[in-house]
Design a protein around this ligand. Structure first.
Ligand SMILES: Nc1nc2c(c(=O)[nH]1)N[C@H]1C(S)=C(S)[C@@H](COP(=O)(O)OP(=O)(O)OC[C@H]3O[C@@H](n4cnc5c(N)ncnc54)[C@H](O)[C@@H]3O)O[C@H]1N2
Ligand code: MOO
Length: 399
């Protein structure tokens, strides 16, 4: 049995290095950049007016109020050549319009009065007023997004603004879920005596969907050894990560480790000093990684958050791992003597605004209903006393 930190390290070490591919930007939302996204333009690409008004030379309006002839109109639109401003004149200009050569200032419409083909400028303005300078935000060649960053809607918009329409990204994982167990009835199927409604399939699929993983298949597999072998062989052939639930303990129907090994998988480890989730089995088959998750639903939840999620992040080249935070226990809780205990809790803040963690009832491995109230998963370290006292600082992650 290994400890939780070593288990995670072994998983990350067992992952293949991430693949990359080039995608149209509009198909790249949620992918992780495999290289930097580089501005293909200066931003702004040319000097612009920031307002609807008149482009002038500030020296020409130093003695305002005064009137200038309006000799051209510059829309925010494509044009063949840069506009030029003759001394002593004004150009009608609109927000985003190309500021003419020799102009240095935009006079917003509210500071003017139009009189036929002349405009009366009501006050002098400092040079550069209401002008956006070419390259003031970014220069051509500057980095907009870094390798290892996920393309969020905001980053996607920023990359598009930089004139980039194709990006190099890491491939997203294909995930196969196999729910094993003759006692498990798929959602909606009639429950025969001795059967239970599947919790693990919905729990896994919903989390993966919530985290943005959509290439997910789910199959139900009976408890016969041959059934498990066949299902694993198919999953290894089509997925990067295979998640099974059930069948990793020592019972007569617990076939996942033996079936995986018969299918050519190399065991990474089996059993972690933790509760719930102790009999976790991890193996590698070719480029695929198998997580044999113990069948108890809380065990599935814990192993999903603590190990599978970071593995998914690493698979797709994400630089940042899911963040662990610190908080204090509001009450004494029990601890395991020689295992990490994972407890579902509700996070609040104390009167100094610090994270405070409230334990919840119904923590056993076969129970999930406290997830209606839980917001975080808390790591309670092993303790010889079997207790962890109120006020102890512990680590947690968001559920
Ligand atoms: N003699 C021992 N027995 C058990 C040990 C042990 O060390 N020695 N470990 C216990 C622990 S801890 C766990 S966790 C479980 C893990 O067992 P399996 O992975 O083999 O899982 P199953 O036996 O198939 O199921 C366990 C439990 O979970 C229920 N289950 C299974 N699948 C689902 C599902 N999709 N939805 C809802 N509930 C599910 C299943 O009916 C069992 O009640 O082994 C202990 N036993
Ligand atoms: O490790 Mo098991 O999940 O405690 O019940």
């Amino acid at each position: 049995m290994i400890d939780t930190d070593l288990a995670l390290q072994k998983i990350l070490d067992a992952l293949p290095s991430p693949d990359s591919t080039e995608l149209d930007l509009d198909a790249a939302l949620g992918h992780v950049l495999a290289g930097p996204a580089i501005a293909a333009l200066d931003l702004p690409p040319f000097d612009q007016s920031a307002v609807d008004g008149y482009a002038v030379r500030h020296a020409d309006i130093a003695d305002a109020p005064l009137a200038l002839p309006v000799v051209q109109t510059i829309a925010a639109a494509a044009r063949d050549a840069a506009p030029v401003l003759a001394p002593g004149t004004a150009a009608r200009i609109f927000t985003g319009g190309w500021l003419p050569l020799h102009a240095d200032t935009s006079v917003r419409q509210e500071l003017t009065e139009r009189d036929g083909d002349r405009v009366r400028v009501l006050q002098a303005l400092p040079a550069g007023t209401d002008v956006r300078r070419q390259g003031e935000e970014l220069r051509l060649g500057d980095t907009i997004g870094r390798a290892g960053q996920r393309i969020t809607p905001g980053l996607l918009g920023a990359i598009a603004m930089g004139g980039v329409s194709r990006v190099r990204v890491h491939r997203r994982p294909r995930i196969a879920i196999l729910i094993t167990g003759d006692e498990v009835a798929p959602p909606g199927a009639p429950l025969r005596p001795g059967q239970i409604a599947d919790a693990n399939g919905p729990l896994l699929r919903a989390h993966l969907q919530h985290w943005g993983y959509h290439a997910v298949t789910l199959h139900y597999v009976g408890d016969r050894y041959e059934q498990v072998c066949d299902a694993l062989a198919q999953a290894f052939a089509s997925a990067d990560l295979v998640l099974t639930t059930g069948g990793v303990s020592v019972g007569d129907h617990d076939h996942v480790p033996a079936a995986a090994q018969a299918g050519g998988a190399q065991t990474v480890f089996w059993k972690v000093a933790q509760k719930p989730g102790m009999p976790l089995y991890v193996a590698r088959q070719g480029r695929a990684l198998l997580f044999g998750l113990p069948g108890n639903p809380a065990s599935v939840l814990v192993n999903l958050l603590v190990y599978v999620r970071p593995a998914l992040a690493r698979f797709e080249g994400l630089a940042d791992m899911p963040a662990w935070r610190h908080g204090r226990l509001s009450h004494d809780v029990r601890a395991e003597v020689s295992k990490t205990l994972w407890l579902r809790m509700r996070e609040t803040t104390d009167d100094q605004g610090q994270s405070l963690l409230l334990p919840l009832e119904r923590q056993a491995s076969h129970m999930l209903s406290n997830l209606a109230d839980a917001t975080v998963l808390v790591r309670v370290p092993a303790s010889a006393s079997g207790r962890c006292t109120a006020g102890t600082m512990v680590r947690w992650i968001t559920l």
